[in-house]
Design a binder for this molecule. Sequence first.
Ligand code: GLN
Length: 485
Amino acid sequence: MDILNLTIVQLREMLKKKEISSVELTGYYLDRIGKYNGELLAYLRTTDDYAMDMAAEADEKIARGEDAPLLGIPLGMKDILCTKGVETTCASNILKGFVPPYDATVIRNLKEAGFVHLGRLNMDEFAMGSSTENSAFQTTSNPWDTSRIPGGSSGGSAAAAASGLCVAALGTDTGGSIRQPASLCGVIGMKPTYGRVSRYGLIAFASSLDQIGPFSRTVSDCATMLGVIAGHDPMDSTSIPEPVPDYQSFLGKDIKGLRIGIPAEYFVEGMEEGVRKNYEDNLQVLKDQGATLVDVSLPHTRHAVATYYIICTAEASSNLARYDGVKYGLREEGKDIIDMYKKTRFKGFGKEVKRRIILGTYVLSSGYYDAYYRKAGKVRTLIRHDFDEAFTSCDLIVTPVSPTTAFKAGERLEDPLTMYLSDIFTIPVNLAGLPGISIPGGFDAKGLPIGLQIIGKPLDEGRILQAAHVFESVKKVPTIPERYR
Ligand code: GLN
């Protein structure tokens, strides 16, 4: 039996028919983690006993005839989602040992849907980064080539999905942190519309951009996961009070007549030849399935990265002010309270986090606020208008996810600008609050995965999944490297 290739819907059928138990399924995944996590370092920590208890409970519910979309399904969680009684560190020394007294709304939703919590997935510290190299604890490897990074910041989630160390996982995306690692690891990763998924209990990086979303090996599993985590939540004032559609119902529909926008500005300098070629091939695949390709323009794209690094650092400097050694995690004693703050923050935060706090404090300081922060807000509006305009002539926009495939560990560490610029295709989507997915599009000459991004109008996740499913069914790109099959 090929457990790794079964969707959640198929696994649920088997569980219902008692062809497998959740305890067996969970044991299977924990064994795989035991076997492969040493080389991949996708998980920071596993929660074996907790997982086995949840699995046993799921089996009891199944025996009683209960049903729920994730009942008995083992999943991995990015270590940024507060989980009651489970250490949650954000891959930072400052939160080492922090055990939340409450569940994030997504965790509560997953629990109600019956999931099994396998463990905590590695990430860049406070989700700042594109490679997981900013984790205070370990750098995750890319399952397709372990000398390369898996992308970031949700690199642990992407690597775990790609190597079959979970059925699916959750990650977060502020400027590309779901889509970019999904692309670099050759799995599916979706950032929902801003406000579609509650951020309550998600440790904040940049609150006006952060969104939680799924990683999976199939579009069907992405639809299942999204259906469970999406929905209105009074605990998050930016949460959208709209009903959640049945995302599975979009799968299997064709895309004849669908208008797909191709933005001229996304053919950027520095895009690898292999990535460009694959993108063009994939547009042809969509065309062959009956979609119409239309040229669109997103003229403010070139300002997106700069705008993002003003807004996200400003919000981060404010959000991270709460780590003062008083309420959470690490505390370094000092001669007075200011000295204690200084010593705690100096020791607790890593280099990239400090860089962002300094940048953010600067762009918010008096005299610079108007020149930087206020102006960035205006450019953000222009970027959103670009998309509004483009969507008057198309239903979806299709672009590459990242200008390059996975790079070597260490390659960009001393060059934060190159690291920042690689998010050029994902950042505008966050600034505009739109939903976007990365789906496996194929491989470059080195055998490294290349993702294809599908962007939709607000709350149009269903249509994105519809197109992604058509593409997946036709192109059939393998999502697990040979070694881990
Ligand atoms: N790579 C981007 C950054 O470093 C995006 C991170 C994210 O989406 N969390 O900020």
